[in-house]
Write a protein that binds this ligand. Structure first.
Ligand SMILES: CC(C)(COP(=O)(O)OP(=O)(O)OC[C@H]1O[C@@H](n2cnc3c(N)ncnc32)[C@H](O)[C@@H]1OP(=O)(O)O)[C@@H](O)C(=O)NCCC(=O)NCCS
Length: 163
């Protein structure tokens, strides 16, 4: 059976929590997020087993990307990339302004998706108040941001509109 990326359901909770713990990621707030925003939680499933996860906590037009984890056995097969790209595409469709994340382990992995390091003070209040920011992740974690705004068009390429 091939790998499947699909939306999560409440039945995935314990499998994902196990996966997050195995990859040493915080689980605080994950159950609440799955209950409140199941459409923003993605699962990678292989042969009936949860082998990957990624989630977006969407608040006030921005998203916090969290719980990005892939089972150790399946490392470097592109599973994490598929999960993150899937959520970024969903965030663009929903017209979110930007995505943010906190990481202590993968700051070198996220730039390929467009994330750059930013300052905690630049994080919108609605996201800064999530449990990830207030207690689950250490204050030393790297904060990253990915803008989802449409690229600015070069003025020279704009049509010449006459009054
Ligand atoms: C980060 C993670 C999700 C990547 O998943 P994955 O499915 O193995 O990644 P992909 O197969 O899509 O990408 C693999 C590439 O990323 C690199 N990579 C993997 N983890 C990395 C990390 N933590 N930092 C930097 N690069 C990393 C691999 O070396 C590989 O590089 P290559 O293509 O040059 O060989 C996975 O390693 C993981 O679960 N890590 C622990 C949890 C974590 O740190 N999550 C992110 C913070 S929420």
């Amino acid at each position: 059976m091939s790998l499947q990326i699909r939306p999560a359901t409440s039945e995935d909770l314990y499998a994902v929590v196990g996966l997050l713990q195995s990859r040493k990621l915080p689980v605080a707030g994950f159950a609440d997020l799955l209950r409140a925003q199941p459409e923003h939680v993605r699962i990678a499933e292989l042969n009936g087993l949860v082998v990957g996860s990624a989630a977006l906590d969407v608040r006030d037009g921005n998203g916090l990307l969290r719980s990005v984890a892939v089972a150790h056995d399946l490392a470097s097969l592109g599973v994490g990339t598929r999960l993150v790209n899937d959520l970024i595409a969903q965030a663009r469709q929903a017209d979110l302004t930007a995505l943010y994340l906190l990481t202590t382990t993968a700051a070198a992995w996220f730039p390929k998706f467009g994330f750059t390091v930013t300052d905690r003070s630049a994080v919108p209040a609605a996201l800064a108040n999530t449990i990830e920011f207030t207690s689950a992740c250490p204050a030393s974690a790297t904060v990253m941001r990915c803008s989802l705004a449409a690229p600015v068009t070069d003025g020279a390429a704009l049509p010449d509109i006459q009054p």
